[in-house]
Design a protein around this ligand. Structure first.
Ligand code: GDP
Length: 300
């Protein structure tokens, strides 16, 4: 349904036109392998994961009378699942932590604000009470956008005037969440400061302040990446990962891109759980990441 539709651009790059080569086919030849390699690389699967998928295919289908009875397309799907399965670890809200604190990080434009709004809606729909901390105090627009989501979803958004100390916003929000017994606190952060060092230092400061409130907080540090950035998303993940302990990824805008294969590259390279994928603008378009669903949507 929606997932398949959302991923159609990546799917068509990967498998369209291969149908005639694939259908009913149980054998690999060099021509087919080369074609597949090119398409995987074009979908931003990256060298390592591409090699892994192709090796797996050869092992499954090729060589001396192997043959599991699978078609090439089914085998491709299985190999994609194999790469993605290790990072399928959906976010579990630990109800002993109150509030359960999710710190969201990522560069401007990645889809952080939208993802926070969608998550707030999702959690509220699950019957949890949510509060949001408008920790990007540099962009008035980001605060406005969060407040609009707050009104739509019916959850409080704690904000301070532009230029305030983000760590103090997050501190206040945590106090308020605790006082009100909120289940989940989602904190936004800036996506750009004068320098990269400033940004990373600010994120570390927010973490320290949270840690003083609750030694385990944040319970999740969610890095939001624009899937349309393909391999650049990897570089961003490595930068943020070096500064803060990223515990989960949300990969957005997979609907607008033919580079959805970047999920395999991220899985292979970083081994950080992929919590959510974004395949559209609506609340329900933020999906819990499931390896099998993703592979199916790419190859079905
Ligand atoms: P931020 O700067 O990181 O806070 O980014 P925003 O949340 O403002 O998102 C930037 C743009 O991307 C907005 O127009 C969002 O509607 C859009 N966006 C976010 N996630 C998705 C997604 O999964 N699919 C699509 N098509 N658009 C998205």
């Amino acid at each position: 349904g929606r997932l398949r539709n959302g991923l159609r651009r990546t799917r068509s790059g990967l498998t369209e036109g291969l149908a005639t080569l694939f259908v009913g086919r149980r054998e690999l030849d060099d021509e087919l392998l080369e074609e597949l390699e090119m398409r995987l690389l074009q979908a931003d699967v990256g060298m390592e994961a591409t090699q892994k998928v192709l090796d797996g295919l050869v092992e499954r289908l090729g060589g001396s009378g192997g043959g599991t009875g699978e078609t090439v397309l089914e085998a491709l799907r299985s190999e994609i699942v194999k790469v993605l399965e290790p990072v399928e670890k959906p976010l579990q809200i630990d109800t002993d932590k109150r509030p359960f604190v999710i710190l969201t990080v990522g560069v401007n434009g990645a889809g952080k604000t939208t993802t926070i709004g969608k998550l707030a809606a999702r959690f509220q729909n699950e019957g949890r009470s949510v509060m949001v901390a408008a920790g990007d105090t540099f962009r008035a627009a980001a605060v406005d956008q969060l407040q609009q989501w707050g009104e739509r979803v019916g959850c409080p958004v704690i904000a301070q005037p532009t230029g305030s100390d983000p760590a103090s916003v997050v501190f206040d929000a945590h106090q308020a969440a605790r006082a009100r017994g909120a289940d989940v606190l989602i904190a936004d952060t800036a996506g750009r400061l004068h320098t990269q060092d400033n940004l990373m230092e600010e994120l570390r400061k927010i973490r320290r302040v949270l840690g003083r409130q609750d030694a385990d907080a944040p319970h999740e540090t969610l890095l939001v990446l624009d899937g349309g950035n393909g391999q650049n998303a990897l570089a961003q993940a490595e930068q943020f990962g070096a500064a803060v302990n990223v515990t989960g990824l949300a990969v957005t805008k997979l609907d607008g891109t033919a580079r959805g294969g970047v999920l395999l590259a991220l899985a292979e390279r970083l081994q950080v759980p992929v919590r959510y994928i974004g395949v559209g603008e609506k609340v329900e378009d933020l999906r819990t990441f499931r390896a099998a669903d993703f592979a199916e949507a790419l190859t079905a």
